[in-house]
Design a protein around this ligand. Structure first.
Ligand code: F6P
Length: 308
């Protein structure tokens, strides 16, 4: 029971399910489908989190197809996570098309609607990020987190294994207007274009003030999460080898750009807002610069300078 005092907050944690239900109530026409979909996603995240915890013991870091000590076939973590998500999303009966980096083609799910109207097609996925209504990521580490937005700011939910629920711990996350960290794979410097080279040089050898710190985990989710929390800029630029970089528009760059913008930051390819990029294939890639607004703005200005 709520006593109305602030002490009641500890005993009344806002779970992800409760949070989404409360949001749903604000929209009387809502069907509850989104709430149900998020519940399915939560279950998949919990299952992956449990697998991550056992990964070392069960040799899940190994190659898919390996056999474990008891003779069972061991799936690599990414294959396992992909299977779990596809399974949960299909069985929600709330999804029509799924796109994953592990699958060459998109996965069409038969629904009541598709039975009548015909199955959805790959082309239906080829929409710019401006059409997105929600995005999120799960972060697995010393703690498991879900960070998500449905267009009303960004919220972070930490998994509490003791009660099996995700609890709202980061309310309305906002990214600093300027940070002190730049993040990219410096090993590829010789392949970078001139704006990227000049930008990184400026961060390392500023004319005034201190240089930025460098951080790069090599996992987009972790690098963007840090950028969201501490500010700064995450980059995966075009290279002379790959003119669109490495990160996939539909399921890496655009969802993260959506979250960064929702948190008050900026996300561009160098010359264009990521959310406005029109995909032509489900596995399209695009160069990525995202994070604190002023930091990303500086990159945009450099690209404009070199275009002249
Ligand atoms: O696209 C997969 C991914 O692991 C991202 O999560 C990460 O940002 C990127 O690749 C790292 O690539 P690289 O090893 O080339 O720096």
């Amino acid at each position: 029971m709520s006593s109305g005092s602030s002490a009641a907050i500890d005993t009344e944690p806002v779970t992800l399910t409760r949070y989404v239900l409360e949001q749903q109530k604000k929209h009387p026409s809502a069907t509850g489908d989104f709430t149900n979909l998020l519940n399915c996603i939560q279950t998949a995240v919990k299952a992956v989190s449990s697998a991550v915890r056992k990964a070392g013991i069960h040799r899940l870091y190994g190659i898919a197809g390996q056999t474990n000590v008891t003779g069972d076939e061991v799936k690599k973590l990414d294959v396992l996570a992909n299977d779990l998500f596809i399974n949960m999303l299909k069985s929600s009966y709330l999804t029509a098309l799924l796109v994953s980096e592990e699958n060459d083609n998109c996965i069409a799910v038969e629904t009541e609607k598709s039975k009548d109207d015909g199955p959805p097609k790959q082309a239906d996925c080829l929409q710019p990020g401006t059409e997105m209504v929600a995005a999120g990521y799960a972060l697995y580490g010393s703690a498991t987190m879900i960070v998500f937005s449905s267009g009303n700011g960004v919220n972070g939910f930490m998994y509490d294994p003791a009660i099996g629920e995700f609890l709202l711990t980061e309310h309305n996350m906002k990214i600093k207007p300027r940070g002190k960290i730049y993040s990219l794979n410096e090993g590829y410097e010789k392949y970078w274009d001139e704006p990227t080279k000049e930008y990184v040089r400026r961060k390392k050898y500023p004319e005034t003030g201190k240089p930025y710190g460098a951080r790069y985990i090599g996992s987009m989710v972790a690098d963007v999460h840090r950028t969201l929390v501490y500010g700064g800029i995450f980059m995966y630029p075009a290279t002379s080898e790959n003119k669109n970089g490495k990160l996939r528009l539909l399921y890496e760059s655009a969802p993260m750009a959506y979250l960064i913008e929702q948190a008050g930051g900026m996300a561009i390819t160098g010359t264009q807002r990521i959310l406005e990029v029109q995909p032509t294939d489900i596995h399209d890639k695009c160069p990525v610069f995202m994070g604190s607004k002023e930091d990303v703005q500086e990159v945009l200005e450099l690209y404009q300078k070199y275009q002249k």
